[in-house]
Design a protein around this ligand. Structure first.
Ligand code: CS2
Ligand code: MN
Length: 363
């Protein structure tokens, strides 16, 4: 396991690499070229500059989140081959730069969805929250404005105004795309990129849909154990793996996350750990990482990662805004740093318990 934090890059992230470097046990960052639109090829020099900035700060660029996928690939539009070639070229360049982990998602139109970005909790901290009954009354065309209004002046990952400006066209593209078609398009994408992933040993780690059910009538295909299993079996290559995001899979209380971890052993390449509190069916808010603050058993989750020999990067996913920090929703420094410290503590304790168990069974 390598403890990391997400960093959005200079000019986008108010958190600095120097601050991240001082969080105990954090040795790497997960980053991206935030200025890139889906479908744009990443330039060699841009990748090198990102890597250099991270390494100059004494950290490792442990992976990319995300190289976003163009809608023509997701919808199998007539020009998809051109975009697949571009994606492959970006992967090739990342591989040549010695980067071996790429997180991506295959959600139609909208990335993660929340109805509130700064819900005030009883302790005065603010957090992101979701309420399906609110979504049910919103015209999806107003969704971008709703997010923007609460985003504290930041452009949030997955909510790029340039792309969402064409929302009508985007929805039209997905008109005939049901779950099966979307799955076929995802499988095709994976088959097409596996050769380059094999050549450069790049682990692809699909991010689960967030929340884990259809939103605005758009299909969602990365939501539970069965669907994840189907995906890794359909393209049965070790480089086709997943990002275990507890906050996304955990939106559905029926998802047994430790069981998912055990079932997908060996194919989990990246872990996002965050906690959330279920307040009613279809309604939740993001909690502090500590198990007792939310509905997820973070100990059991970390234990399952440990016992399934998980050896990829982990990052504390969304944190609250605390101590007066006016951070990017979900990505302030303080609460994520507390999350990293907590997760490191759990890992150390679990490792110690298991090594004692092994010592005892040897006698
Ligand atoms: C992230 C996602 O902040 C978040 O919720 O987990 O935006 C994630 O980066 C993308 O879905 C992965 O492509
Ligand atoms: Mn996540």
């Amino acid at each position: 396991m390598q403890m990391t934090m997400r960093w959005f890059g200079p000019g986008y992230d108010p958190v600095t690499l120097e601050q991240i470097r001082q969080v105990p046990g954090v040795t790497g960052v997960i980053s991206t070229l935030y200025n890139k639109q889906p479908g744009e090829v990443w330039e060699v020099q841009e990748i090198a500059a990102l890597k250099k900035a991270v390494e100059d700060a004494g950290l490792q660029l442990a992976g990319i989140e995300s190289v976003n996928i163009h809608d023509s690939i997701k919808t199998a539009a007539p020009d998809r081959e051109q975009y697949l070639d571009k994606y492959t070229l970006t992967l090739e360049r990342l591989g040549q730069a010695d980067i071996h982990l790429v997180c991506y998602n295959f959600m139609p139109v909208f990335d993660w969805t929340r109805t509130e970005l700064a819900k005030v909790r009883s302790d005065g901290s603010t957090t992101m929250a979701y309420d399906q009954s609110v979504i049910d009354t919103i015209d999806p065309h107003n969704m971008q404005a709703l997010i923007e209004r609460q985003a504290n002046g930041f452009t949030l990952a997955g909510w790029e105004p340039e792309r969402l400006a064409k929302l009508k066209d985007l929805f039209a593209l997905y008109n005939n795309i049901d779950e099966e078609r979307l799955f076929a398009n995802l499988s095709y994408f994976l088959m097409r990129i596996m050769p380059v992933c094999n050549k450069y040993d790049i682990n692809m780690a699909i991010h689960p849909d967030d929340p884990a059910w259809p939103v605005f009538g758009l299909p969602r295909i990365v939501t539970n154990k069965e669907k994840l299993l189907r995906l890794i079996r359909t393209v049965d290559d070790p480089h086709n793996g997943i990002t275990l995001c507890t906050g996304s899979l955990g939106t559905n209380p029926e998802n047994d996350i430790p069981d998912i971890i055990n079932t997908l052993k060996g194919r989990i390449h990246f872990a996002h750990i965050r906690n959330l509190l279920h307040t009613a069916p279809g309604r939740f808010e993001e909690a502090a990482h500590l198990s007792t603050d939310g509905s997820l058993d973070i100990f059991a989750i970390v234990e399952a990662l440990y016992t399934s020999d998980f050896d990829g990067p982990i990052r504390p996913d969304h944190g609250r805004n605390i101590w007066g920090e006016n951070g990017m929703p979900g990505y302030g420094l303080y609460d994520r740093a507390l999350g990293a410290a907590y997760l490191n503590g759990l890992w150390e304790a679990i490792k110690e318990i298991y090594s004692r168990k092994t010592r005892f069974t040897q006698y």
